[in-house]
Design a protein around this ligand. Structure first.
Ligand SMILES: Cc1ncc(COP(=O)(O)O)c(C=O)c1O
Length: 393
């Protein structure tokens, strides 16, 4: 078999590879603490599950419109309008099986071969994968610890040009947990407007935020007509396995993205969309409780990591990841790179986590730990990391 050339340009998400290796070790009898996967460890709130069951019994078992059921798109439009203080309607919304397809479709719809797409590095690995897959040119924007892993605005101004078709931003950020300030977003908006560039704003962690206030780039002049908001249900309502997300974008683009849905999925599952209506319009206490629990865990893991010699960790303001600096540990253990230390931590320490390089080359020297796990497990992981580091020489 000879694969099409483009397949060689497709990347992946290392989190799933590490999960497979961790599971293989477990099958051999090893005890592993899982801090590699980015999904809430909570169950989907019961009112949402009930709504799905009711929808199944009421006949929501058929195909629906490619862009999503009108009732869900209306509810999403109202929610996005209210939370971002903007005015959008159902025609701006396309519902997809997870937020991820929005990346796929938007990059496919906007970037021609050779066009430049600016994206955060470290950043969600699928951005770079999809840019390459489409034959576009990935232009990375380094997120540095010195800048609290926020966008370097001077670098953005230098890299943005008439060749740039799209700027991807993600706040709160995976893997760094950083949150862009209102001033950051204003400056990014100015660059986008000046150079006539579209913006894909990945806001999937918009409600998983702690001290900071969530701000969307759509609030700035000229941005509503050039922004695609990516959001969804996976993180906010612990619905990763349901596969439901959405994009909010200018109407002409929404029509094109719906056409891509027709060509690929036909539509998102109808009964899950009815559960989505309940998720947004029903009680929000469970979702708020999850955020409170994440915050408590964040404080524990950040404090614990900072007590381990050779590790320093900033306090992330959102999402459920920490991105500590482990450069001294990598050096102490004479590891070839951070990935080698992450492998060692899994096999010798029983803690599954990701090397920062799983999110791009600027992740070297850092690791991502997901704290979507219980406090006893986080404490267990912290003492195992400390033991593993102490034994290095
Ligand atoms: C930054 C970011 N965007 C989008 C997604 C996609 O989420 P989903 O497809 O489950 O909605 C994820 C999932 O990990 C993510 O971390």
């Amino acid at each position: 078999m000879k694969l099409a050339q483009r397949m060689s340009r497709l990347g992946t998400e290392t989190a799933f590879d590490v999960l497979v290796r961790a599971k293989a070790l477990e099958a051999q009898g090893h005890d592993i603490v899982h801090l590699e996967i980015g999904e809430p460890d909570f169950d989907t709130p019961s009112n949402i599950i009930e709504a799905a069951c009711k929808a199944l019994r009421s006949g929501y078992t058929h195909y629906g419109p490619a862009a999503g059921l009108p009732q869900l798109r209306e509810v999403i439009a109202a929610d996005i309008s209210q939370s971002r203080s903007i005015q959008v309607n159902a025609n701006n919304v396309v519902v997809t099986p997870g937020g991820k397809p929005i990346m796929f479709y938007v990059i496919m719809a906007l970037a021609d071969e050779g066009d430049e797409v600016i994206y955060p590095n470290p950043g969600f690995p699928i951005y770079e994968s999809m840019i390459n897959f489409m034959g576009a040119k990935p232009v990375s924007l380094a997120l540095r610890e010195e800048n609290e892993f926020r966008v370097d605005l001077d670098e953005l101004r230098i890299k943005a040009s008439p060749r740039t078709k799209l700027i991807i931003i993600n706040s709160p950020h995976n893997p760094c947990g950083s949150v862009l300030t209102k001033e950051d977003l204003k400056a990014i908006a100015e660059v986008a407007v000046k150079n006539d560039i579209m913006v894909l704003s990945d806001e999937i962690y918009g409600r998983t935020i702690y001290e900071a206030k969530f701000e969307s780039i759509t609030q700035f002049p000229g941005m509503l007509e050039r922004t695609i908001i990516l959001d969804g249900f996976s993180k906010t309502y612990a619905m990763t396995g349901w596969r439901m997300g959405y994009g909010v974008m200018p109407e002409p683009l929404a029509a094109q993205i719906a056409k891509l849905m027709t060509n690929s999925n036909s539509c998102t599952a109808s009964f899950t969309q009815m559960a989505g209506v309940e998720a947004i319009t029903g009680p929000q206490e469970e979702s708020h409780k999850m955020v409170k629990a994440f915050q408590e865990r964040r404080d524990i893991i950040v404090k614990g990591l900072n007590q381990i010699p050779g590790i320093t960790c900033l306090l992330p303001k959102g999402a459920f990841y920490v991105f500590p600096n482990v450069k001294q540990v990598v050096k102490k253990g004479k590891f070839a790179n951070t990935k080698a230390f992450a492998d060692h931590l899994l096999s010798e320490g029983g803690v599954a986590a990701l090397s920062g390089t799983a999110f791009g080359q600027y992740g070297e020297g850092y690791m991502r730990f997901s704290y979507a796990n219980s406090i006893p497990n986080i404490n267990k992981a912290l003492s195992r990391i400390a033991d593993t580091v102490t034994k290095l020489h």
